[in-house]
Design a protein around this ligand. Structure first.
Ligand SMILES: NC(=O)c1ccc[n+]([C@@H]2O[C@H](COP(=O)([O-])OP(=O)(O)OC[C@H]3O[C@@H](n4cnc5c(N)ncnc54)[C@H](OP(=O)(O)O)[C@@H]3O)[C@@H](O)[C@H]2O)c1
Length: 330
């Protein structure tokens, strides 16, 4: 059977342009013993893909090699199985790639929890929720009553961070790039304050929303919020550095704040990436499932239609055009 896949054939310079990809038609091979054939139904698009496309071999994960199918996680249905661990009809989540079909030996694939919609798995239980839980709960160590500031708050990770923090009794302030996103955070997700970081009065609004300072800053973006957040940190505050999307499409990363405040305020600042924590996934998934089933984690999915839509669609992440978890439905 023929299917479509998208290969990385060029490394992007600043922006991801369509010419870095090649759409190819491939033929499904005969399965060997132990293998399964997957038909992908939901493919995740993530800001980290920009890094995976670069030549950098000193990062936390090797680059996608030129000529290989672009890397991504997704949800698939097992359509044929020569494996004892999977049966036709099973729904699985794992690294599948920019492709309609894939052959797998099952390594790294997890069965979907029964009764949970695919979108909820991708928006809550997969990377966004896991990243939020690891960064906020394990690294940030929040305490009820503290003030959390999260940048990129309306995004897939940020929206989970804010909601978990609310569930844990924190005062939650988020920044996002439009008034519509801020209304969603306040009205639907229950954030205490949400501020449009593009506003001329960002500093004033942030000061008003955090009268007692910031105990925990969850950094998803960099950009103008970073310096202001840094200057509002309380003594013994923690900064969890999850992402710096404002710097992903530039060769001139913005200068960071002076380290003086780290001493004055005795701050703890820690970066992290999820691939270091795969062994903790089962335990974290249980916690996330409990929040989700209790109605504490809402989400919105931004769905693109068909494999080719990923080629242009991935840039919605960098323009802020995505409203919720960006994914391709195949
Ligand atoms: N450490 C890890 O293991 C890990 C895992 C997953 C994600 N991440 C990081 O977490 C961050 C959020 O990822 P996500 O998957 O949840 O994506 P997302 O927030 O759903 O989408 C990206 C959002 O970033 C915002 N953005 C884009 N350019 C920006 C800029 N110059 N300044 C400020 N905001 C900008 C846009 O929202 P606005 O409309 O609000 O501007 C856009 O919607 C990214 O930095 C990503 O790399 C890290």
């Amino acid at each position: 059977m023929q299917y479509k896949a998208i290969k990385l054939v060029k490394r992007p310079t600043l922006n991801i342009t369509p010419d870095v990809f090649e759409l190819v038609t491939l033929e499904t091979p005969e399965l060997k013993d132990g293998e399964i054939l997957l038909r992908q139904t939901h493919m995740s698009l993530d800001p980290a893909m920009k890094g995976w496309m670069s030549e950098d071999r000193n990062s936390y994960i090797p680059p996608v090699e030129l000529g290989d199918v672009m890397r991504s996680s997704g949800i698939a249905e097992v359509v044929e199985s020569k494996s004892d661990s999977f049966a036709a009809g099973d729904r699985v989540h794992g690294m599948i790639g920019w492709t309609e079909y894939a052959v797998s030996n099952g390594a790294g694939l997890r069965q979907l929890p029964p009764g949970i919609p695919e979108e909820a798995v991708l928006c809550v239980l997969a990377l966004p929720g896991l990243t939020a839980y690891q960064g906020l709960m394990v690294i940030g160590k929040p305490k009820a009553g503290e003030t959390l500031l999260v940048s990129g708050a309306a995004g897939s990770v940020g929206s989970m961070v804010g909601q978990i923090a609310k569930a844990e009794g924190l005062n939650v302030v988020g920044t996002a790039g439009s008034d519509e996103k801020c209304s969603w955070l306040r009205d639907e997700l229950g954030f205490d304050h949400a501020i449009n970081y593009k506003s001329d009065t960002l500093a004033k609004q942030l000061a008003k929303a955090t009268p007692d300072g910031v105990d925990l800053y969850f950094e998803n973006t960099g950009g103008p919020v970073q310096h202001l957040a840094f200057s509002r940190m309380n003594a013994h505050g923690r900064i969890v550095v999850c992402g710096m999307i404002a710097d992903y499409n530039t060769d001139k990363p913005a200068p960071g704040p002076s380290w003086l405040n780290i001493i004055r305020k005795r701050l703890r600042i820690q970066g992290f990436t999820m691939p270091d924590h795969w062994d903790e996934v089962p335990a974290m998934s249980e916690k996330l499932l409990a929040y989700y089933l209790a109605g504490k984690l809402k989400y919105r999915a931004h769905k693109l239609d068909g494999l080719e839509s990923a080629i242009e669609g991935i840039n919605l992440l960098f323009s802020g055009g995505n409203h919720g978890k960006l994914m391709v439905v195949l």
